[in-house]
Design a protein around this ligand. Structure first.
Ligand code: HEM
Length: 407
C-alpha cells in the first residue's frame, strides 16, 4: 500500500472522545472505519489491520497464523522501537511465539491458578485494609489513585515476587515509561536497562544468599535456575513482565471502576450489602472498561482470512479488544454498564495462548479492593468534576492519573 493511501486512513490509536473515559471509541472514529476488519494508520508511519468483532478477535487470537514477536520487521508498533539487544528482551514471553513462549509460561501457570490465588486472598485483604486505614488517617480530599488503586496491586505483586515495596518509586516511574506510547526510544531503552539491572541485582542477592526464600523469584531460583532449566537472564525478563503487568493493569482498573461505581450509587450500595455478588460486577467492569484500549498487536506469518478479509503473510494486525467487548452480537445493550448481565465472554484478558496469566489474581484484587472500599467508606464521593479528571491517554493501559475523593 502506497504512502498516499496510508495517509488517508484514520489515525490509530483512538482516544476516548472528549472527556468521557467510558467510551473507548467515539462516533467520529467509528464512522471512519469502513468495516469490521479495516486498515488504520499507525503513529510510527505504517498501517495495521484493525479487527473489531468479538468472533473475529477470538479467531485471530487463537490462530497460529499470527506472531506476537515485536522484533519482527513490519510488526505494528505504536512507537519507535528502542535500539535493543536480544538480551534486553530475554524472558519477556508476552512477545514470544510457539515453544519458546510456552516453555516460560508453563513455569508460572501453577502459581497463578485459582486455588493458589485463594490462598493469598487473606494477604490481599490485609493489604486492602492497611491501605484503607492509611487513607482514612490522611487528609481529605484524597487521591484514590495514589492512595489506594496503585499501592494495593503493587504491594501484592511485590509480596508475591519477593521484590521490596520500598523501591516502588524506582520501578513505578520506569514501568510508566515502558507503557507510555509517546516515550522516546532512548527513554524506553534506559527504563528497560534500569529495571533489568535492578531485578538482576535482586535475583543475584537471593541466589548467593543460600536461602532464596519462599517468594516466587526465590522458588524459581531453587526449582528452575539451579536445575539448569532457566537462565538468570530469562528469569529477569519474567520478573520484569510480572512486575509491570502485575500493578499497572489492576491499578488502572481499580481507579476507573471506582469512578464508574460512584456514578451508579445503586450498584455501589449493592456491593456493600451483598459482597457475594461482587464477582458479576467485576466481570462487567472488565468488559465495560477494557483498559487495554490500544488492542493487541500481531503480525500474520502466513496468508489467512479474518472476518471475510484476506490478510497476507507479513501484514500487521491489531485485535481491538475494547470494540469486541462492545459487540452487539454478543452483548445485549453492549454500550450500557449492566453489572448483572452475564459478561463472562468478554475479552479484556485477551484470548488464546497469550491470554492473561494473572487473571485469577486480578479478579481477586478487584473484588477484595472494591468490596473493602464500599464497606469501609460507604460515604465515598468524588471531590472533582469528572470531566476534569486527568486520563492516561498515552498509556498502553488506559486509566485515570488522579481520582480526588472524599467521604
Ligand atoms: C497478558 C490484560 C492483570 C500478567 C495479558 C493480556 C491482556 C492482559 C489483554 C494479553 C496480551 C497479548 O495477548 O498480547 C490484563 C488486565 C489485567 C491484567 C486487563 C487487570 C485487570 C495482570 C496481572 C498479572 C498479569 C495482575 C500478573 C501478575 C500477565 C502476563 C501476560 C498477560 C504475564 C502474558 C501472558 C502470555 O503471554 O502468555 N494481560 N492483565 N496480568 N498478563 Fe495480564
Amino acid at each position: 500500500m502506497g504512502d498516499v493511501v496510508t495517509d488517508r486512513l484514520p489515525l490509530f490509536p483512538f482516544l476516548s472522545p472528549g472527556d468521557d473515559p467510558f467510551t473507548p471509541v467515539g462516533g467520529a472514529d467509528l464512522r471512519r472505519l469502513d468495516g469490521p476488519v479495516t486498515r488504520v494508520r499507525l503513529p510510527t508511519g505504517g498501517w495495521t489491520w484493525l479487527v473489531t468483532r468479538h468472533g473475529d478477535v477470538k479467531q485471530m487470537l487463537r490462530s497460529d497464523a499470527f506472531s506476537a514477536d515485536m522484533a519482527r520487521p513490519g510488526f505494528p508498533l505504536l512507537r519507535q522501537a528502542p535500539p535493543q539487544t536480544p538480551e534486553g528482551r530475554r524472558g519477556g514471553f508476552i512477545r514470544m511465539d510457539g515453544e519458546e513462549h510456552l516453555r516460560l509460561r508453563r513455569m508460572l501457570t501453577a502459581e497463578f491458578m485459582i486455588k493458589n490465588i485463594r490462598r493469598i486472598e487473606p494477604l490481599i485483604g490485609d493489604v486492602v485494609d492497611g491501605a484503607l486505614t492509611a487513607l482514612q488517617a490522611g487528609q481529605r480530599p484524597a487521591d484514590l489513585v495514589a492512595g489506594f488503586a496503585l499501592p494495593v496491586p503493587s504491594l501484592v505483586i511485590c509480596h508475591l515476587l519477593g521484590v521490596p515495596y520500598a523501591d516502588h518509586g524506582f520501578f513505578q516511574q520506569r514501568s510508566a515509561i515502558l507503557l507510555d506510547r509517546t516515550a522516546g526510544p532512548l527513554a524506553v531503552r534506559d527504563a528497560v536497562t534500569g529495571l533489568r539491572s535492578y531485578l538482576g541485582r535482586l535475583i543475584e542477592d537471593k541466589r548467593v544468599s543460600g536461602t532464596p526464600g519462599d517468594d516466587l523469584l526465590g522458588r524459581l531460583i531453587t526449582e528452575r535456575v539451579r536445575t539448569g532449566e532457566l537462565e538468570v537472564g530469562e528469569l529477569i525478563g519474567m520478573a520484569l513482565l510480572l512486575l509491570i503487568a502485575g500493578h499497572e493493569t489492576t491499578a488502572n482498573m481499580i481507579g476507573l471502576s471506582v469512578l464508574l461505581l460512584l456514578q451508579h450509587p445503586q450498584v455501589w450500595d449493592r456491593l456493600r450489602a451483598e459482597p457475594a455478588q461482587a464477582d458479576a460486577v467485576v466481570e462487567e467492569l472488565l468488559r465495560y472498561l477494557t483498559i487495554v484500549r490500544q488492542g493487541l498487536p500481531r503480525q500474520a506469518i502466513r496468508d489467512v482470512e479474518v472476518g471475510g478479509r484476506r490478510i497476507r503473510a507479513g501484514e500487521p494486525v491489531t485485535a481491538l479488544l475494547s470494540l469486541a467487548n462492545r459487540d452487539a452480537e454478543v452483548f445485549d445493550a453492549a454500550q450500557e454498564f449492566d453489572p448483572y448481565r452475564e459478561a463472562h465472554q468478554h475479552l479484556a484478558f485477551g484470548f488464546g495462548v497469550h491470554q492473561c496469566i494473572g487473571q485469577p489474581l486480578a479478579r481477586a484484587e478487584l473484588r477484595i479492593a472494591l468490596t473493602g472500599l464500599a464497606a469501609r467508606l460507604p460515604g465515598l464521593r468524588l471531590a472533582a468534576d469528572p470531566a476534569d479528571l486527568p486520563k492516561r491517554d498515552n498509556s498502553i493501559v488506559y486509566g485515570l492519573a488522579e481520582l480526588p475523593v472524599t467521604w
